[in-house]
Design a binder for this molecule. Structure first.
Ligand code: GP0
Length: 832
């Protein structure tokens, strides 16, 4: 072997500062093609990413090979969204080479933090659901579980949000524009996926009735693999994302001019399939392209899973022992019909056997009870786009309804609720019902949510299958959300209890005994202050607003949604503003209200609330009479990278959804882990957070889910009465309606006021207002006592260990998937 080549190969593995430095210089020249003098920050990012990538490839292959050789049971996490964010910091930290990399760059005269900033934020998701999938990837790899993520390689991730005159405007987010150093294209991993066409019936070799799907359009799914580095770098799993490719048959040279151009156009249209992520969070658009995206990635993933299985097996009997497939919401639920089709039509498995295999293989996570988010595809669309699947769904349905208890009891109303087809109006396929029926386990994402699932959406299915529903309370990865995002606090924690918490977050409990230690409190505050300074600088850069670092940072960051009630928060801000102006001599606790979040482009009410927050901010921030005691900021373009700056800097965490509506929340966990106190309703995982951190260390207010339910059932709520009896609420609403915040357009907020009054205030903003204001007052009062506040903040951090996604993922592994850790075998690494 060429000596120079050989030495380079060793270099690619070296983890010390010199080796890294030499690799950087070599990569810059030979792969990025730049001279050190001409290199931009982005060039350096690509250089460093490629050099880091080198250092994980061996162990990635070892991991994959070990799974293969042991024929280990794998878990496949099918998700239409993976909100992974940047990967450089994460890869360095999980490989344990952050310091070496920093020093190597130092020697070249570069700062790692600047290089990191050049990486685009991979936003292949909308919010909580997509971020949960990303945390799960991190946890599976860190727990040495043989886990694969499967999804779509969208060319355009979630739109970039800007504010123009206070209104949200969407711009395309082009994360792939300059190339993606983390992904490995696999042009040979290519599966055909079909649409449209028709079904032909025929007799098979033994004379049985059989079906084939003919005259269909064909798209190819091409794989792109991204390594997922577990903590410690031992296990490196795979995230496989599919990209649409037109079949190549159009490319033959026999076209005339016109036909050629048409063929190229057709190719572009076909490849639109994986072009863009749908930006709706928790609402379903009923768009054909969306259905095609769902089927596209699901079908490709299943074909890939079966191919891998067949490397070791010659029939499908043990598929459930070798593969667990988790459906992240109903988006991939068509996979149930698709696996049936593949087994029955393509592999000749009998129906009943195929159904047993399918059910034993799949499990399903529900993420919301909101009716508008429950996917239901028009039968006519499904018949056209996926004709064979429609037949299979009918067949599953007929067999199920025939055997169901409801039928035995002659309960037709219940039978029609259990049906996979909603027969009211234009007929629709209920994907939640399909997912439930085709899975052996169905889980909710917090204790309360799971309970409500049993009582509401899946009450009838729960009666049929009382063992199927189970709870898996969400979690977050401590690597990204504490170790990487919050270096000051992470270092402080490690200085006291060692670094075992990064891998086993339950160890963080040991901090609880430090809550009474004055020195520790001081250091805890210092870490928080450092993070607040960083956020203040970010706010100034992004919005031009100067905020006081020592003010109470009151943070609400999440998608803009009426049920999440950013409106409640901004109304309280207006009330506080009025109080401050009325009582200028009182010494107020300075408060900074920090909002961030995107609205779905078609969600007019959410966009109007954005405009309201910006309008209120403008008035308040420029009013000298509040003496800078109140500032309001709405940060643009909330994403994972912004969250990494915001979470560590928060004092107060707003989790104020209408009780019963937020399935879990995960931002609530990130904030509490970073030492914020929660102000929240008894909704989603807030209930469990209260149990863990203790009720003295959280501000709970508002109606409970049960009370909300009773209130709605009795219909006995008149928001106008509530408003009339609360002067500060009335005043705030009057200011909005008279154009105090929108002098250029006094009627701008009419729809909001309308919703709160004649509209019946569906989200109970007025009903919870007064209780919320009291809780806010309690928070401000406590903040005056910095010692007491810090004590509670420490207790929050110390008691959040259970909310690690490692705990969540191990519960899935043992209680749903039956998959076990597999330690990768590394061949002895020779140095010669
Ligand atoms: C739920 F149904 N969630 C959906 C959806 O379409 N998108 C989405 O992000 C969220 C829930 O709203 C959640 O409560 C939950 O924690 C998360 O899924 C993960 O389970 C808040 O983000």
């Amino acid at each position: 072997m060429d000596a120079r080549y050989k030495s380079r190969e060793i270099e690619r593995r070296s983890l010390d500062v010199d080796g890294l430095k030499r690799s950087f210089l070599e990569w810059l020249v030979y792969s990025v093609g730049k001279d050190a003098r001409a290199a931009t920050r982005r060039d350096w990012f690509h250089t460093v990413a490629l050099a880091v990538r080198d250092r994980l490839v061996d162990r990635w292959m070892d991991t994959t090979r070990t799974y293969y050789q042991q024929d280990a049971k794998r878990v496949y996490y099918l998700s239409l969204e993976f909100l992974i964010g940047r990967l450089l910091t994460n890869s360095l930290a999980n490989l344990g080479i952050t310091d070496q990399c920093r020093q190597a760059l130092d020697r070249i005269g570069l700062n790692l933090d600047d290089v990191v900033e050049a990486e685009p934020d991979a936003a292949l998701g909308n919010g909580g659901l997509g971020r949960l999938a990303a945390c799960f990837l991190d946890s599976m790899a860190s727990e040495a579980l043989p886990g694969y993520g499967y999804g779509i390689r969208y060319e355009f991730g979630l739109f970039e949000q800007r504010f123009e005159h206070g209104w949200q405007v969407e711009y395309p987010e082009q994360w792939l524009q300059f190339g993606n150093p983390w992904e490995f294209p696999r042009p040979e991993v290519l599966y055909p996926v079909q649409f449209y066409g028709r079904v032909e019936e025929f007799r098979d070799s033994v004379g049985e009735r059989a079906y084939r799907w003919v005259d269909a359009e064909r798209v190819l799914a091409m794989a792109y693999d991204t390594p997922v580095v577990g903590y410690g770098g031992d296990t490196i799993n795979t995230l496989r994302l599919w990209s649409a490719r037109a079949t190549r048959d159009f490319n033959f040279g026999h076209f005339n001019d016109g036909a050629y151009m048409k063929a190229v156009e057709q190719k572009v249209l076909t490849e639109n399939l994986s072009r863009v992520l749908y930006p709706n969070d928790a609402t379903e658009g009923g768009k054909e392209l969306r259905l095609k995206q769902e089927y596209f990635f699901t079908s490709a993933s299943l074909q890939d899973i079966l191919r891998r299985y067949l490397q070791h097996h010659s029939n499908f009997d043990s598929l459930p022992d070798k593969a667990a497939i988790q459906l992240n919401d109903t988006h991939p639920a068509i996979g149930i019909a698709e696996l049936m089709r593949l087994l029955v039509d393509q592999h000749g498995v009998t129906w009943d056997k195929a159904w047993d295999i399918t059910r034993a293989t799949f499990s399903y996570t529900n993420h919301t009870l909101l009716p508008e988010a429950l996917e239901a595809w028009p039968v006519r669309m499904m018949e056209r786009v996926l004709p064979r699947h429609m037949q299979i769904i009918y067949e599953i349905n007929a067999k199920f309804l025939n055997r169901s208890k409801a039928r035995a009891a002659g309960d037709n109303a219940r039978l029609s609720r259990l049906s996979l087809i909603d027969e009211r109006g234009d007929r629709r396929v209920r994907m939640g019902n399909l997912a439930f029926l085709g899975s052996h386990k169905v889980n909710g994402v917090s204790a309360l949510h799971t309970e409500l699932m049993k009582q509401t959406v899946f009450a009838d299915f729960h009666a049929e299958f009382p063992e199927r529903i189970n709870n898996k309370t969400n979690g977050i990865t401590p690597r990204r959300w504490l170790h990487q995002a919050n270096p000051p606090l992470a270092a402080l924690i490690t200085s006291r209890i060692g670094n075992g918490w990064i891998k086993d977050l339950s160890q963080i409990k040991a901090l609880a005994e430090k809550a009474d230690d004055l020195v520790f409190r001081e250091e805890f505050r210092r870490a928080k202050r450092k993070n607040k300074k960083r956020l203040a600088a970010y706010i100034a850069r992004q919005t031009g607003v100067d905020v006081q670092v020592d003010s109470l940072f009151d943070v609400q960051v999440k998608r803009m949604h009426e049920y999440k009630r950013q409106l409640l928060n901004i109304l309280q801000a207006i009330a506080l503003y009025n109080e401050m102006r009325d009582n200028p001599t009182v010494s107020w606790v300075p408060v900074t209200k920090i909002f961030a979040g995107k609205a779905a482009p078609s969600y007019h009410m959410a966009k109007l609330i954005i405009k309201l927050i910006n309008d209120v901010a403008k008035v308040v921030n420029h009013d000298p009479s509040v003496h800078d005691n109140l500032k309001i900021v709405l940060l643009p373009n909330y994403n994972v990278t912004a969250a990494e700056i915001i979470m560590p800097a928060a004092d107060l965490s707003e989790q104020i959804s209408t009780a019963g509506m937020e399935a879990s929340g995960t931002g609530n966990m990130k904030l509490a882990l970073n030492g914020a106190l929660t102000i929240g309703t008894l909704d989603g995982a807030n209930v469990e957070i209260r149990e863990h951190v203790g009720e003295d260390n959280i501000f709970i207010f508002g109606l409970t889910a049960e009370e909300v339910n009773d209130l709605r059932a009795s219909g006995g709520f008149n928001p106008r009465d509530v408003i009339a009896s609360n002067p500060s609420l009335k005043r705030a609403l009057d200011m909005i309606s008279t154009g105090v915040f929108s002098p250029d357009d006094p009627h701008r907020y009419h729809p909001i006021l309308q919703a709160l009054t004649d509209g019946g205030d569906h989200f109970l903003v007025t009903a919870d207002f007064s209780d919320y204001c009291q809780a806010q007052q309690a928070a401000m009062d406590l903040y005056r006592d910095q010692e007491e506040w810090t004590r509670k903040a420490i207790l929050n951090t110390a008691n959040m260990g259970w909310f690690s996604s490692d705990r969540t993922i191990m519960e899935y592994a043992t209680e749903i998937w039956d998959v076990h850790p597999v330690k990768p075998e590394h061949p002895a690494e020779t140095e010669t």
